[in-house]
Design a protein around this ligand. Structure first.
Ligand SMILES: Nc1ncnc2c1ncn2[C@@H]1O[C@H](COP(=O)(O)OP(=O)(O)OP(=O)(O)O)[C@@H](O)[C@H]1O
Ligand SMILES: [Mg+2]
Length: 359
């Protein structure tokens, strides 16, 4: 599915989030047919407030500086980057198309895709993946279409170029979270999963069945909404609101008052997710969801599992993207890794795909 710009041996994955940049580089290791991955480098760098707003780059200089910092911090020598996009400039649709000869399929899929993409072909880059699922009649094939607005892609390519790095692959954040889950939790491959990656400004919801995405939606809602409301309701500065949201004590602020605001905003998020599940169920004949898996910085919100459990009668878990990754404890701080794990889910998916893709 990811668009490749160049073939290169070494690729480092970079998640350009609006709250923070995450970098991961993996080393693939082959043992017979088995392939495992070792963590080569990882780093985190905060992004200055409002330099990226809902996936759009507002302050290129600040973001490019942060990119250079995260590379320095990671000590990687690799310059080729795999990155992800999400938000309103990304469209993902699942369609069924007539099964034709393999050499006719490419043109046929692009033609069939047209009415499903609300932009002109000149405005977007389109990619697709054919899925062989049991839900599709034998004369048809399931196709997952992904379209990214060129304007948005160009902004990201530009920021990578001014940071003196080379863009090698672009993927979707939502496909990356799924990829990370499937690589780290073999047992989930055959299940119907709802993966919810809650960032600062965007929540990616991916519903997958048998290892394939069947429904994807990016919701413009995330941790920023919690912070904004805490700021307004409790009359606090941004930094203090961020702090109390993360459960830290701040003089003069009552934890009960914070909890009340968090509750209120959580209800809004929960409703958005409920609507997404309902939409998915009304568009498919198989609406079952076996597990809900959470990641993203906002999944670190205290009591998040309790909040979700009150609404959904489905097992809920927070994902650890380092679950199956070999880590040298002499090189990495395991406590830091454990603490940051949910935040590194997107970038882990990008990194796994990048090494899988590299020739
Ligand atoms: N311990 C915590 N408790 C609550 N929220 C937290 C905690 N740690 C981080 N967050 C929140 O997580 C969000 C950042 O998460 P993440 O790094 O996944 O977002 P991002 O990828 O930078 O943003 P986006 O993808 O939405 O542009 C912020 O809103 C931050 O306040
Ligand atoms: Mg993100």
């Amino acid at each position: 599915m990811p668009l490749s710009f160049m073939k290169t041996k070494k690729i480092v994955a970079l998640d350009i989030g609006s709250f923070g940049l995450k970098l991961i580089e993996l080393k693939p290791k082959k043992k017979g047919k088995e392939i495992s991955y070792e963590l080569l480098s990882m780093a985190y760098e905060p992004v200055p407030y409002q330099s990226i707003v809902e996936g759009s780059i507002m302050d290129s200089t600040a973001v490019a500086d942060a990119i250079q910092h995260v590379f320095l911090e990671s000590k990687t020598k690799t310059n080729s980057v795999s990155f992800g996009v999400s938000g309103s400039s990304v469209i993902v649709k699942r369609i069924d198309v007539q099964r034709l000869n393999p050499n006719e399929m490419h043109e046929h899929i692009l033609w069939e895709a047209r009415p499903h993409i609300p932009f002109t072909p000149e405005e977007v880059n389109i990619d697709y993946e054919i899925i062989e699922s049991q839900d599709t009649p034998p004369d048809k094939v399931g196709v997952i279409l992904a379209a990214v607005k060129k304007e948005k892609l160009n902004d990201y390519l530009n920021i990578i170029a001014i940071s003196n790095k080379h863009a090698a692959i672009v993927d979707l954040d939502s496909f990356a979270v799924l990829n990370s889950v499937l690589s780290n939790y073999e047992m989930y491959r055959e299940r119907s999963l709802a993966i919810i990656n809650i960032g600062a400004s965007i929540t990616n919801v991916v519903i997958a069945r048998g290892g394939y995405p069947v429904f994807v939606r990016d919701i413009a809602f995330g941790g920023n909404h919690f912070t904004d409301h805490i700021q307004k309701e409790l009359n606090l500065k941004y930094e203090k609101a961020e702090s109390v949201k993360k459960g830290r004590q701040v003089e003069g602020v009552s934890p009960a008052a914070v909890k009340q605001v968090v509750n209120l905003i959580f209800n809004e998020l929960k409703n958005e997710i409920k609507k997404t599940f309902e939409f998915y169920r009304s568009n498919t004949n198989e609406g079952r969801i076996d597990n809900i898996l959470l990641s993203g910085g906002t999944a670190k919100l205290e009591s998040i599992i309790d909040y979700f459990s009150q609404e959904f009668d489905i097992p809920i878990e927070i994902i650890n993207p380092f679950n199956e990754i070999e880590i040298n404890p002499k090189k990495f701080d395991l406590d830091f890794l454990k603490d940051m794990a949910p935040i590194f889910n997107v970038v882990m998916g990008l990194a796994l795909r990048a090494v899988g893709d590299a020739k």
